[in-house]
Write a protein that binds this ligand. Structure first.
Ligand SMILES: Cc1cc2nc3c(=O)[nH]c(=O)nc-3n(C[C@H](O)[C@H](O)[C@H](O)COP(=O)(O)OP(=O)(O)OC[C@H]3O[C@@H](n4cnc5c(N)ncnc54)[C@H](O)[C@@H]3O)c2cc1C
Length: 429
């Protein structure tokens, strides 16, 4: 039966909010001296805030197993929202407790640092938010010339310093360190998360696979097609529609890993095809990268195919693709050619439509229905061409500009689609 709801995402939220702080609260509440009773609630706020921060840091390590379950974009959203909620709780903690000396100083420094970084990150690092709030997006766009993404990443990492300050803050409170089960748990989990974070930043990069650039051609105005050959020993497991993180370690300005979707089916030739639009410093330099350059690859990430695999194999697939957002869907279509599919593909200009020859071939098939046009589809055009009884037998894969994806998401839900019937991955987090 068609899955109309996405339970995994809801369960993930519940675990993050309730289950993660629970052992800490349990062990702490068993040992807090009664003379601090008036501060108990504020103390609990502080510990919940800290555990949420630790969880947010863990999510920033991009755990692959969680990506396949809930998706990295959703994980980044939880990462952002939990951090904001943690700062609110940290404020309640600060205003509901009394402290002096270094206990107060470390707590205040941590709070001020968190707050400043949160404001900065809400503009520059929270694609899930800026894509929904046009004013924030405008501010981000105008300031991004100075605050480049790489700089923002480094500024964002100062959150670790703030977490370390909180760690010290707790170690200085003698009645808390006296509660042995709590402090052992607190120290062990803090060390574990810090270890995982350091591993992901310093050790994991050493494990990135090294491929080789075997083709680099311009396929449309400002769109580069890169083909990368993976090493024979490659352990990378790719599904259709996945994205990989990619960088050129020998080319200046191209050494930081950036995410790009694969446009081909994960095939036995160990080749990855990427279609990349020149949007900024990194992507505009790609046309000049010489053949046979070494490429670092980490992946695969993404849930387009995992989402399809979760559904019965006889459901219809509707593809809504716009602009460069078609990339993961090209791969998904190519890997699911036997399924009943209705494709809507649009771009701003005729020259921006990619791989039209492939679409021509696909449309020859009886089970594939495609409409390709320049300029956006209107609502009726899509609604009138959906499969019969689509609310009961159809899933939707969307790829395109954020505003387009949210439009179709809202529109389809308004007309009866369930949450679990629609899947899309944003191109910015
Ligand atoms: C899951 C996913 C899949 C993507 N697939 C494609 C694709 O197939 N084709 C394509 O052309 N583009 C794709 N993108 C977008 C691509 O990653 C960005 O356009 C590129 O990283 C921009 O880098 P830049 O330095 O050229 O531009 P900048 O001007 O630095 O950045 C432009 C915007 O891209 C985002 N961005 C920049 N660097 C990163 C980074 N390291 N990680 C995450 N976001 C970043 C930021 O939101 C920024 O506002 C994808 C993005 C995501 C998240």
């Amino acid at each position: 039966m068609l899955k109309r709801h996405r339970y995994s995402y809801g369960i993930f939220w519940l675990i993050a909010i309730f289950l993660v702080p629970l052992p800490f609260l349990q062990t702490l509440s068993n040992g807090l001296p009664i003379i601090y009773q008036s501060e108990f609630r504020a103390i609990y706020y502080g510990i919940i805030a800290y555990t949420w921060m630790l969880f947010a840091i863990y999510l920033s390590t991009k755990p692959k197993w969680l990506d396949r379950l809930v998706g990295l974009p959703e994980m980044y959203m939880v990462h952002g929202m939990l951090s904001i909620a943690a700062i609110v709780l940290a404020y309640l903690h600060k205003s509901g407790t009394v402290s002096t000396g270094w206990i107060k100083t470390t707590g205040d420094w941590a709070f001020d640092l968190f707050l400043g970084l949160m404001i900065y990150s809400l503009i520059f690092m929270a694609g899930w938010l800026t894509n929904r709030v046009p004013l924030l997006k405008k501010i981000k766009r105008s300031l991004e010339k100075f605050f480049k993404h790489e700089l923002s990443i480094w500024i964002h990492r100062l959150n670790i310093v703030a977490v370390v300050l909180v760690f010290i803050h707790v170690q200085l409170i003698s009645y808390v360190t006296a509660i042995k089960p709590f402090i052992y748990l607190f120290d062990a989990v803090s060390a574990l998360v810090l270890g995982l974070y350091l591993f992901s930043k310093f050790v994991k990069p050493l494990t990135y696979e090294q491929g080789m650039l075997i083709s680099n051609r311009t396929v449309a105005d400002n769109v580069q097609e890169l083909t990368i050959r993976l090493p024979r020993s490659s352990h990378i497991k790719l599904l259709a529609g996945d994205y990989v993180f990619m960088a050129f370690p020998d080319s200046s300005g191209l050494k930081e890993m950036h995410p790009f979707s694969i446009a081909n089916t994960p095939d036995e030739n160990r080749e990855i095809v990427l279609l990349i639009r020149g949007d900024g410093d990194f992507t505009r330099k790609l046309a000049d990268v010489p053949l046979e350059s070494r490429v670092n690859i980490d992946g695969g990430y993404g849930r387009y195919q995992a989402f399809l695999n979760d559904q019965p194999s006889d459901v219809n697939i509707v593809i809504l693709a716009g602009g460069i957002g078609v990339t993961p869907l090209l791969s998904t279509i190519a890997d699911n050619l036997n399924r009943n599919m209705t494709i809507f593909y649009t771009a701003h200009r005729q020259d921006d439509l990619l791989y039209l020859d492939k679409f021509d071939q696909w449309q020859q098939r009886d089970n594939i229905n495609g409409t390709i046009q320049v300029g956006r589809f209107n609502d009726d055009q899509v609604l009138n061409n959906l499969p019969k009884d689509w609310t009961k037998n159809t899933v939707f894969l969307i790829g395109g500009p954020s505003s387009m994806m949210h439009h179709w998401n809202r529109f389809l839900k308004k007309h009866g689609a369930g949450n679990g019937q629609i899947y899309f991955e944003e191109f910015s987090w």
